[in-house]
Design a protein around this ligand. Structure first.
Ligand code: 8YV
Length: 322
């Protein structure tokens, strides 16, 4: 008998076809999110789940598993929606999709940096509202931003995504500095300057971008103390998870022009965004689309499927979460 697999959300046709060849698989054809309690019931009828970052797998979920479920393959690099310790206690393997989205997230990071420093909101709103013709266009004030070229980018978490961001930023002639728990090898640093505390790096950042996973250690890593140490012209970028920065502190800094601007793709309670962000002209917002391009989402779906295939063939897992 083929193992039973449930795919909680619509994934690419190629990935779905591949699963259908090898498993007794249930797809979510209309892509309606499955409610938490329903998912608990369903999960007990399957050997494996292919899930998204929007499904939640907490301690209670795993406590209610009765022994049939053996693997959860999430099509996301982040696994903060899964209680890994509870999964381990229940002997349920977790896999994720690292690396295949590095370029996509780096692109969105650079996009936000450009949007924030060149006042994209102001410019786009002026054209879209048809107000361009109504304003005075002058040489020194009209949609005036600041340059990215030659500036210093501070990276919080120079990991797989952070290093690609660094590479792309160097294309703009940027200097890279970083803070990690530990200094990296010369090869991985690739010329970036290390700061052993976050606060010591802050005054040197023209831009600061967060690329850490969401853990209890990185919760509010960019807090009010750190934000207050940034220069007045600094720009804050977040494409990691909303929990890594203190919204109160960032909003206060943006409202009072203590920093120049921010670019955010991720929020604490998505899709609900703190309304104060919506009122700020110096904050460029996106709806968590770091990995949203066809090539990347295809690769993420196929990697999740490869993990499922490998697991049921007893092959080594391509990307198991420790
Ligand atoms: C996805 C992500 O939008 O991979 C991640 O961790 O945050 C995003 O790529 C989402 O979680 C898809 O499941």
């Amino acid at each position: 008998m083929k193992p039973k697999i449930l795919v909680t959300r619509k994934i690419t046709d190629e990935a779905e076809n591949n699963l259908a060849e090898n498993f007794d698989v249930t797809f979510n054809k209309n892509d309606e999110p499955i409610q938490y309690e329903k998912l608990i019931d369903l999960a007990n009828q399957y050997d494996g789940l292919v899930v998204s970052g929007w499904d939640k797998f907490d301690e209670n979920f795993f406590n209610k598993m009765k022994g049939k479920l053996k693997i959860i393959a999430t099509f996301s690099v982040g696994y903060d929606h899964i209680n890994i310790n509870s999964a381990k206690e229940k002997n349920i393997v977790i896999t994720n999709t690292p690396d295949v989205l590095n370029d996509a997230v780096a692109e969105i990071t650079i996009f936000l940096m450009l949007a924030a420093c060149r006042k994209a909101y102001e410019g786009v709103n002026l054209v879209k509202s048809d107000n361009w013709k109504k304003v005075k266009i002058d040489f020194v004030n009209f949609v005036m931003g600041q340059s990215m070229t030659g500036k210093t980018l501070g990276i919080i978490g120079l990991g797989r995504i952070g290093r690609i961001v660094a590479k792309r930023a160097k294309g703009f002639g940027m200097k890279i500095i970083y803070h990690n728990r530990n200094k990296l090898s010369d090869k991985l640093e690739d010329g970036a300057k290390y700061y052993n505390t976050l606060n010591s790096m802050m005054p040197d950042c023209d831009f600061v971008s967060i690329h850490t996973p969401a853990t209890s250690e990185t919760k509010n890593i960019l807090n009010s103390e750190a934000i207050n140490l940034l220069p007045k012209h600094a720009i804050v970028i977040n494409t990691s998870r909303g929990s890594t920065l203190d919204d109160e502190a960032l909003i206060e800094a943006l409202q009072n022009n203590k920093i120049y601007a921010a670019g955010l793709d991720v929020f604490v309670d998505e899709p609900n965004v703190d309304e104060r962000y919506l009122k700020l002209d110096n904050c460029f917002l996106l709806p968590h689309i770091g990995s949203s391009n066809y090539e990347t989402r295809d690769a993420m779906a196929m990697l999740a499927v490869k993990n499922i295939n490998a697991f049921f063939k007893n092959d080594p897992l391509p990307t198991k979460v420790k």
